[in-house]
Design a protein around this ligand. Structure first.
Ligand code: AMP
Ligand code: ZN
Length: 110
């Protein structure tokens, strides 16, 4: 989608080192981290936000959470040392569905 920063990263118009890169999902470090470990997991398809998720996205969402699991293990964040925050789809957020993996000194939210 035009003017979507995450689509530009996915299409390599903006250079970014990927921690994970598959046919459907990428993961990269958040540029302005809110925790010791702050990784964004982003579906390659431009889905605006939670309000745009449809049943056809089931497999994709499973892959997103499988990616979270891999990154949790790689960063030794098992045993509930992390939170996942899902954003996108409003004026306050990058309008492309994304999942923040926050580990370490994440702010207590729930
Ligand atoms: P939000 O939509 O509120 O979840 O915020 C978007 C998140 O994307 C913020 O945590 C930003 O720091 C992050 N972000 C924005 N641009 C980039 C970028 N070019 N590379 C990595 N992270 C980014
Ligand atoms: Zn996008």
């Amino acid at each position: 989608m035009d003017n979507c920063i995450f689509c530009k990263i996915i299409n390599k118009e903006i250079p970014k080192e990927f921690l994970y890169d598959s046919e459907n999902v990428v993961a990269f470090l958040d540029i302005n981290p809110s925790a010791d470990i702050h990784i964004l997991i982003v579906p390659k398809e431009h889905i605006g936000g939670i309000g745009d998720i449809e049943s056809k996205h089931g497999r994709l969402l499973t892959e997103v959470y499988e990616t979270v699991k891999k990154l949790v293990a790689l960063n030794n964040l098992q045993d509930n040392l992390y939170r996942v925050v899902v954003n996108g789809g409003s004026a306050q957020h990058v309008p492309h569905l994304h999942f923040h993996l926050l580990g370490g000194n994440w702010k207590k939210m729930v």
